[in-house]
Design a protein around this ligand. Sequence first.
Ligand code: CTP
Length: 406
Amino acid sequence: MTLQGKRILLCVTGGIAVYKACALTSKLTQQGADVKVMMSKSAKQFVTPLTFQALSRNEVYDDTFDEKNPKVIAHIDLADWADLVLVAPATANMIGKLANGIADDMISTTLLATTAPVWIAPAMNVHMYDHPAVKKNIATLASYGYRFVEPSEGYLACGYIGKGRLEEPEKIVALMEEFFAKKESQPLKGKKVLITAGPTRERLDPVRFFTNRSTGKMGYALAEVASSFGADVTLVSGPTSLVPPANVEFVSVESAEEMYQAVIERLSDSDIVIKSAAVADYRPKQTYLQKMKKQDGDLMIELERTKDILKEIGKRKTTQYVVGFAAETNDVEHYARQKLEKKNADMIVANNVITAGAGFGTDTNIVTFVKKDGSTKTLPLMSKHEVAEKLFEEIISDMKEDEPCK
Ligand code: CTP
């Protein structure tokens, strides 16, 4: 009974894979989960609500306006009730609605209303899954923190062979078990994690500054994951358009100098420091209080070096596990290892920013962990959220190895 007492809201949308959602309901229930099923209008064309009612031993929901209990509003009540929401099978239509904030039926309304973690298990024709609009919607949802159960490859009901088959119920159940186990084990409980994110801005005058293309997505994903792993998180961020995750101490900075002060102040109190910010290496030597007026001819602006925050952390660190990031365009591992040594870090997360799917502004990344013990590990293309999870798993395992034997 690995899911004993877990409240799972299973949203079933219309596709032939609805038949697998029946087996999924049964398996989740057998593992002790309290499963409530919500069906879309099209899902009911494939299987009747009665099947899900019998398998879940709960009432099935399918109509926003069918309010059975006057004391509550059903879709809000269910959104709040769930420990986890699972959309399986998820059609291209439902994925599109959610990615665009559309709430025109009970499932899409509930999905917008819930604050519980949402897992989406797409199932559709191989070409539909490959369509740029579907891919874009999936990427948007991944960037919002939605998790996906990737469809498997095989024979599809439409006659095609390819990717689009709803993952087998056993595998989905195993993913849910792993998710709850990780959440409950809180592997970073009691640890203080300091993360920097975003670009810095180096002012020239009241209307101009130097900056770079960092959006902060990687650092914010790291903060969210660290917090979900139970850590006490401080996120020091340069200017971004992102909303800081809940339950995180947020320190907003602008320049490299401000970031330096914020980080050094908190260093001795931290167990893990991750420098994912893209800190400017140079700033204008002279800044102006009034707007610079243009003159005839060219303009030379003299730049001076900023402080290298990571290098300073490397000098001062005692027991902290320190991770730096390296954005490279060539010889990625070679430069990453040089940075690791020069800055006395425990790990450098390197990425080739000119590879498709990696680097600035994307929701995905392809990274290589270059570590102090000489090892390297390259991960395949994955969402920044997944990269963050893998990175913390790596750090946790390294820190365990370093713990003195009791
Ligand atoms: N970093 C820092 N302070 C700086 C500059 C960079 O802490 N003033 C950190 C970044 O947060 C990142 C790592 O150092 O973790 C990146 O290393 P860096 O040598 O600055 O990378 P690049 O600027 O790309 O270096 P280069 O131009 O030499 O490739």
